[in-house]
Design a protein around this ligand. Structure first.
Ligand SMILES: [Zn+2]
Length: 352
């Protein structure tokens, strides 16, 4: 009942922002992530296992009771228990993380006017700038292929500067990068990472290419810092990597190239593609090869489920919200970072 009330009530975004995202959630995050960081294994796997065991055990007990209670009796009991169990899970989800979906949106804070869809010219220029930054940082990035643990050591400082830049509070406890038993599913569905909304831990795919890893971890940390929205998580993660050293900047530039390639008409993207640095093109080919492991049926089914989940959490554009990140990056507040790094000598603070 409490879950239904919290879920359905039209809470004002400013109230959620102040009381939950900047208040209660930050306390919960610092406690839960500190605890879940203690173990190399993911609590999410254990929670799913426990839930499955409890469901199966209850099902066995109910089937044994069918002689005394009849099929209708145990059927009613199963429905009651399922509703009650789902209510507890939904309540835990909302109070641990889920209410962040209803906070004040970053785009409404950062832009005075409602954003319009990015034009082809703006996107082309974004791709050209990203390509320039990628070409300038690739050699240095290639020399230091970072593990997730290396990235987790280098990322906190630029990450918190990125949050401060958009007026969001810092991430108190960064999440230890972890792998999950669901990795084979991640591979087939094309999922690169996920935040565990209960134990507040950062799960990443172990087999990503080195240049993908910094951005993916930064995106998951942005979720952990309370940016539930996919576009906001990508924009904050991108901005954080752009403030880091060369491997992090290269990762951000490659993310932007991939996103703009998907948003631009094929003809325009082909024009950009032929101008790219040969090394950058080689990395894009390696990425396309990795994507061959994705099974379209698994990806489409999981995206459909995720789309329903996002819409239920008041994200009106569902999975299309990922591509909204480009609108945020095009805002002068964030775009300035790209222009700064596009030409001229790389800032010495960007070196490790
Ligand atoms: Zn995400």
């Amino acid at each position: 009942m409490a879950a239904v009330l919290i879920f359905a009530a039209p809470w004002p975004a400013t109230l959620i922002e102040t009381a939950f995202s900047r208040g209660w959630y930050r306390l919960v995050q610092s406690i839960l992530t500190t605890i879940s960081n203690l173990t190399p294994w993911t609590w999410f796997d254990v929670l799913v296992l426990v839930a499955v065991v409890l469901c199966v055990r209850r099902l066995v007990v109910l089937i044994r009771e069918r002689r005394q209670r009849g099929w209708w009796g145990i059927g009613g009991e199963a429905v009651r228990r399922t509703l009650r169990g789902s209510g507890y899970v939904a309540l835990a989800f909302l109070l641990c993380w889920g209410l962040n979906y209803r906070r004040t949106s970053l785009i409404s804070v950062l832009s005075a006017t409602p954003p319009v869809t990015a034009s082809v010219d703006e996107l082309r220029q974004l791709a050209i700038d990203a390509a320039a930054v990628a070409a300038r940082t690739r050699t240095a990035a290639q020399k230091q292929l970072l593990s997730y643990d290396d990235i987790a050591r280098r990322l906190p400082e630029p990450f918190n500067r990125a949050l401060a830049h958009v007026g969001r509070p810092r991430l108190i406890v960064p999440g230890r990068p972890k792998y999950t038993v669901f990795t084979p599913f991640f591979t087939r569905a094309g999922v690169t990472g996920m935040v565990d909304p209960f134990a507040l831990e950062s799960m990443v795919h172990p087999d990503l290419l080195p240049f993908e890893r910094p951005f993916v971890l930064a995106h998951e940390w942005a979720h952990l810092a309370g940016q539930a929205d996919e576009a906001e998580a990508s924009a904050v993660g991108w901005s954080a990597c752009m403030r880091g050293d060369d491997p992090l900047v290269y990762s951000a530039a490659m993310y932007l190239l991939v996103e703009t390639s998907a948003a631009l008409p094929t003809r325009v993207w082909r024009e950009v593609l032929v101008t790219l640095d040969p090394g950058v093109r080689e990395d894009l080919r390696a990425l396309a090869n990795r994507w061959k492991l994705i099974q379209p049926s698994v990806r489409d089914a999981s995206f459909k489920v995720y789309d329903g989940y996002l819409r239920a959490n008041a994200v009106e554009d569902g999975v299309r919200s990922y591509s909204r990140a480009l609108q945020l990056i095009l805002l002068p507040t964030l775009r300035g970072q790209l222009i700064d790094l596009r030409s001229g000598p790389v800032d010495p603070t960007h070196r490790p």
